[in-house]
Design a protein around this ligand. Structure first.
Ligand code: PRP
Length: 184
């Protein structure tokens, strides 16, 4: 059992709560995709790696896992919201049923960009599965499977980080504001 780090303010979602919701999401996806072939899960690095690992192991329908890494510039309202691909998919998604798997939608810029970009590659279908969505104004992003809506605070754990720390916490927690105040 890991000790609670001192910069954690409170746990928002326990390990049990997350795992139960991942079970439900996997069951929904199985039901929706059981008659389609060529399910292609696209995990967005780094944040989605733990959610994706749990999700893929629960899916009892054939599917392939691939990854993309993107970087976004700035999360403030004044930023351009530009997104850049750091690592692309290994294979073509043409004629495949693509499901983007993301850990969190904050401004919505990343998912909006990914949805637009992957749609241009002519998949058979394109949907999105997001574990967390912040309660704030967002770019028009379609979310087909959502885990939880959370307050607009900095969250870590279960893949999400602060300066690449805390990703392996089994729960999702709010970071103390004084920890990140100077990074905004
Ligand atoms: C996070 C998260 C999403 C994105 C969401 O990634 O994993 O990809 O931000 O933010 P948005 O809705 O405002 O675009 P981050 O850039 O922190 O990289 P990481 O996943 O590698 O930690």
């Amino acid at each position: 059992m890991q000790k609670t780090p001192p910069d954690i303010a409170r746990v928002l979602l326990s390990r049990e709560t997350i795992q139960a919701r991942v079970d439900e999401i996997a069951a929904e996806i199985e039901k929706d995709y059981e008659k389609r072939e060529n399910l292609y899960l696209v995990g967005i690095l780094k944040g989605a790696f733990i959610f994706l690992a749990d999700l893929t192991r629960r899916l009892r329908i054939p599917h392939i896992v691939d990854f993309m890494a993107v970087s976004s510039y700035g999360k403030t309202t004044s930023s351009s919201g530009a997104v850049r691909i750091l690592m692309d998919l290994r294979e073509s998604i043409e004629e495949r049923h693509v499901l983007i798997v993301e850990d969190i939608v904050d401004t919505g810029n990343t998912l909006s960009y990914l949805h637009h970009t992957l749609n241009e590659r002519r998949p058979a279908s394109l949907q999105t599965c997001v574990l967390l969505k912040k309660e704030r104004e967002q770019a028009g992003v379609p979310i087909d499977y959502l885990g939880f809506e959370i307050p607009d605070v900095w969250v870590v754990g279960y893949g999400l980080d602060f300066a690449d720390t805390h990703r392996t916490l089994p729960y999702i927690a709010e970071l103390k504001p004084e920890t990140y105040r100077d990074t905004l």
